[in-house]
Design a protein around this ligand. Sequence first.
Ligand SMILES: C[S@@+](CC[C@H](N)C(=O)[O-])C[C@H]1O[C@@H](n2cnc3c(N)ncnc32)[C@H](O)[C@@H]1O
Length: 356
Amino acid sequence: MAKPHYKSARKSDRSSKANRRGSVAPDSKRIAGEADTKKAAEQSLPPRRRYQGERLKETTGVVLESPASADYALLDSGDGEKLERYGSLLIRRPEGQAIWQPALAASEWQKADAVFTGDTDEEGQGRWKYLHDDLAETWPMSFDGLKYFGRFTSFRHTGVFPEQAAHWHALQKAIGSATRPVRMLNLFGYTGLASLIAARAGAEVTHVDASKRAIGWARENQLFAGLEDRPIRWICDDAVKFCAREERRGNSYDVILLDPPAYGRGPKGEVWQLFTHLPHMLDLVRSLQSKNPLMTVLTSYAIRASHFAIHEIMQEVFTGMEGRIESGELILRHESGGRALSTSMYSRFVSPECVL
Ligand SMILES: C[S@@+](CC[C@H](N)C(=O)[O-])C[C@H]1O[C@@H](n2cnc3c(N)ncnc32)[C@H](O)[C@@H]1O
């Protein structure tokens, strides 16, 4: 594995308390404390907007499966863990949903190059353990020929959510087949993979994330992918505040992606709580739709909700627009076939013009 420019992960990522601000913990299950709840209440939200018109055509219960690739495969799961292949590395991590027994022999699991151990609570004392001393913080990966870095981060994440590949393929197709310039807004954009995929497909991209560190990682990915000449605006901001400003400026987008965590923080400590802020955020997203929008994709790793909850809020805010709403789950299936692991829910608005 090439390493010269990689830094050691060990010190920076050992403490799971790192990154609490700016929240690089992408699907933090942290329960907000009393102070956070108070702060959220102080961030007074405007009244919800009312929409006129017809309810959109709809499809629910759609399961989007990302097949194993040379780059990524879910090899096995069970006993509260999963075993995955990320490029050249085998990684073993906690997986609360894997309540069954593993299919592969223990000797296969023991081959893992890196294991996330300890308290599986996102705020707990979990840490990475490496089989070899020479493992670096990052390693090369690729999606459909686009190079990026896998990364051992705090909170057991790897810098990529492989099940998002289902959305990335749709995104590439929608942007690639559009016959006009496409502007895309990527909210809660994390390590920037969706932004890079969209930019490669020809979109002009605005990427927003509250964490400077995550934006730094996204820019490293941009360089590694050789896409530094593409029009991508990297913005470190609170997603809600940014959208409110864009609305005042009269800006609009043809494609909007939002993958909000259950709980997060803006750069100035703004509290994000999915169940409190999502409806207001979607009001803003509706108002940022261009005259001829292509699609808006909402993913939620907050499994307290059913996909019908995010489906209905998307139905509400897109009422009266031309197009359809599709909602369901993203899953990953074991490379050997058979078992599937549910990772998140999604709901997407798709215009009649959008080719998927
Ligand atoms: C679930 S991840 C996004 C994953 C990404 N879309 C992907 O597929 O790789 C959540 C991201 O939201 C960011 N975040 C948390 N609170 C935020 C806020 N208030 N405004 C903007 N970004 C925020 C975090 O820094 C993190 O990078």
